[in-house]
Design a protein around this ligand. Structure first.
Ligand code: XIL
Length: 356
């Protein structure tokens, strides 16, 4: 085993089949800094515990070699926030702190304070880290927005090199490019697309590969949760990238959903991307709604990921409804008082049943 990253071993290497020595060895390697990242190894099974269900999302997902993560905002000071984050989640992603406006507010002047804090927090607790997002049309600092032509190209390359370079070896998966497609499957007419033409996305991936050769490099988008014109367009791009050796390793499905969502092609859509040889990840899951209807959508998403071998992890877009960007829609697994919602139970049960 060269790495303990989810998805780099098969689903059959579950907690029940991994030997105690393998678990111990990866712990030693991680402690020695040999492994790029070091998630808390699941406890080795004892004869009497082999049918016991895991009690947290992270532990339940680990049984099939997956992570279960959350977006993190700056609420570490709140005991319930940090307690829930630390107990339940095996992976983290910065909700805003690693975006372009936060990390490079002025040209070539970098501010890594928020990202570093999260990375240190996660490393100290053995959690995976997703990086989000290197290049995006939104949350660009003002100085980027007016750039043209080769000036913009150089700014993009420098940003990717410096940010991915700063965190190199610590990030499991990077969202290299975020939200670059329209609903009809064509390219979004962002400043990047208009100034740089179709080649900008592969340029971004090649630059990221040089800066952090170990991270899985992902394309990430929303509204791609079904087989539709938008996911078709992205599928064609990923297929083309794989055929031409452009370094793309993963596709992220944000999955900002509602409880009325039609998920009839959700699993099939994940599978067709996985069949291109990339990992697939649910990257920003939240489901507007409540009660059984909300729980049912969460359950279906978890089951779909579990049914696709290359779906190596799920991230929800926040710990608690209180701080959700969609707070009024109460879309997360813990309510504003950090109580587990019905959706929490549905996800936990799905993760546990997949492990058996
Ligand atoms: C959102 C954050 O949750 C908000 O705090 C911020 O004000 C705007 O961005 N798609 C993405 C995420 O890729 O980065 C967005 O996060 C939500 C939609």
């Amino acid at each position: 085993m060269t790495s303990s990253s989810p998805g780099r071993h098969t689903r059959t290497t579950s907690r029940r089949t991994r030997s105690a020595s393998t678990v111990a060895a990866s712990g030693v390697l991680a402690a020695a800094g040999v492994l790029a990242f070091s998630p808390t190894a699941p406890a080795a099974p004892s004869a009497s515990s082999t049918v016991q269900a895991a009690g947290t999302l992270g532990a339940a997902a680990a049984q099939s070699g997956r992570y279960f993560g959350t977006a993190v905002a700056e609420h570490y000071g709140e005991a319930d926030y940090e307690g829930t984050l630390n107990r339940e989640f095996s992976s983290v992603v910065a909700e805003n702190a690693m975006k372009w406006d936060a990390t490079e507010p002025n040209r070539n002047q970098f501010n890594f304070s928020g990202g570093d804090r999260l990375v240190n927090y996660a490393q100290q607790r053995g959690k995976y880290i997703r990086g989000h997002a290197l290049v995006w049309h939104a949350q660009q600092p003002g100085w980027v927005q007016g750039l043209t032509g080769d000036n913009l190209r150089q700014a993009m390359r420098n940003h990717i090199s410096k940010v991915a370079g700063h965190y190199a070896g610590k990030i499991d998966s990077w969202d290299v490019v975020n939200e670059a497609f329209e609903w009809d499957g064509s390219r979004r007419q962002s400043n990047l697309q208009k100034q740089l033409g179709d080649g900008w996305i592969e340029d971004a991936f090649r630059t990221a590969k040089t800066a952090d050769p170990k991270a899985k490099l992902c394309y990430n988008d929303y509204g791609t949760d079904a087989i539709n014109a938008k996911s078709d367009g992205i599928y064609r791009m990923v297929k083309d990238f794989r055929a031409r050796g452009v370094p793309i390793d993963c596709v992220g499905f944000q999955s900002h959903l509602s409880q009325n969502e039609n998920l009839s092609t959700y699993r099939q859509n994940l599978q067709r991307f996985a069949d291109l040889g990339v990992h697939v990840q649910i990257t920003e899951l939240d489901v507007g709604g409540s009660g059984a209807a909300q729980a049912n959508v969460y359950r279906q998403v978890a089951q779909a990921c579990l049914a696709v071998a290359r779906c190596n992890g799920i991230t929800v877009w926040g710990v608690t409804d209180k701080y959700s960007w969609r707070a009024r829609e109460t879309p997360l697994l813990f309510n504003g008082n950090y109580q587990k919602k019905e959706a929490y139970g549905a996800v936990l049960a799905a993760l546990n049943s997949a492990a058996g």
